[in-house]
Design a protein around this ligand. Structure first.
Ligand code: COA
Ligand code: MG
Length: 303
């Protein structure tokens, strides 16, 4: 398996590809990752023209260190192949990843993978475009392990709870809110997706939250996702960017503590000890895995 690029995905900002103004705002934002949308945020009558707007924005705006992603229409639509061909032909050198909507099976992901193989050869691109997929159909959740291991281009699985709720028949009034159900209605799906992603060395990310003025509710959902092992969450509005960065970046205190524990463990190891204690808390190889996770998050966050 080839080495996948490591990218920060604390927040993935969704931007309608039909809006030049929002594309410019997204490029200038603080998001780690922006996906320019050709799917649900773009009306059918605007989809073909949105390809040109996205290609122009990718080629001409300053995106800083952001991951530049394009979200395409699913393989059952008349737009999918055109989205892939036109975007890669017009802006392939400035696309980091393509996000596939509504796959059901690995074959759907491999359709995109094979198209990219051909286009990269034809255009002699010297870089490899990564794939991200939305798990938003019940069939996708049933096939999540096979999807997660379908291609080494795959970098990320995203839980799309809006469409997933529709596909599954979950009774929820608003996108991403888990309501009064005792427990979290999305717990199983999130846990399952994180397992499949981790087993294949790829990033699990949590999807949208619709009420973009409700910071407390957004952060509740983000903290649930983080606790289960997800690395980030979507923003559908610029207001949500800082909330996600806040939840998915380790605090300065967490990082300082992790560095202290790592130093204490190294000192213990140098003395031939397998376990040590720091302020009454045991540290051993297993604790060091958690410590290293925090240090890795800090590195990706540039801390
Ligand atoms: N990306 C970049 N800029 C955005 C943005 C986004 N997703 N959402 C809003 N903005 C901009 C607006 O253009 C506005 O800019 P201005 O201050 O220069 O006028 C500013 O941020 C504030 O926006 P606001 O007026 O609060 O909201 P709005 O009515 O313009 O837009 C939505 C609200 C929901 C229509 C808009 O946020 C949106 O389209 N979000 C993305 C939806 C989407 O991608 N759905 C599919 C994935 S679930
Ligand atoms: Mg969807």
């Amino acid at each position: 398996m080839s080495q996948r690029p490591r990218r920060a995905r604390r927040v993935q900002l969704s931007v309608p590809g039909s809006s030049e103004k929002m594309l410019a705002k997204a490029a200038a934002s603080r998001a780690d990752h922006v996906f320019c949308d050709l799917e649900d945020a773009v009306a059918p009558s605007a989809k073909v023209e949105a390809r040109n707007k996205i290609a122009f924005a990718l080629n001409n705006l300053d995106w800083g260190k952001k991951t530049r992603c394009v979200r395409i229409n699913d393989v059952s639509t008349e737009w999918c192949h055109g989205d892939i061909i036109e975007l890669v032909e017009k802006a392939g050198a400035n696309i980091d990843t393509i996000m596939l909507t509504k796959p059901y099976t690995p074959a759907d992901v491999l359709f995109l993978d094979r198209m990219l193989n051909q286009l990269e050869k034809k255009l002699k691109l010297d870089r490899r475009i990564g794939i991200e997929v939305l798990i938003e159909e019940v069939q996708a959740l049933q096939n999540v392990d096979a999807i997660a291991s379908s291609t080494d281009r795959l970098e990320c699985l995203i839980f799309g709870m809006g469409d997933y709720s529709g596909s599954h028949g979950i009774d929820t009034a608003e996108i991403g809110a888990t309501g009064s159900y005792p427990g979290d209605v999305f717990h199983y799906a999130r846990f399952r997706i994180v397992m499949a992603a981790r087993a294949n060395g790829i990033d699990p990310v949590d999807g949208p939250f619709g009420s973009f003025k409700d910071e407390a509710a957004y952060k509740d959902e983000a903290i649930r996702a983080r606790t289960l092992g997800m690395v980030g969450k979507w923003a559908i509005h610029p207001a949500q960017i800082d909330w996600a960065l806040d939840v998915f970046s380790p605090s300065a205190e967490d990082v300082a503590n992790a560095r202290r524990l790592a130093a204490a463990y190294e000192a213990a190891e140098a003395q031939g000890l397998g376990a040590a204690q720091v302020d009454g808390v045991m540290i051993d190889v297993a604790v060091m895995r958690l410590v290293r996770n925090t240090l890795e998050k800090a590195e990706l966050a540039g801390m």
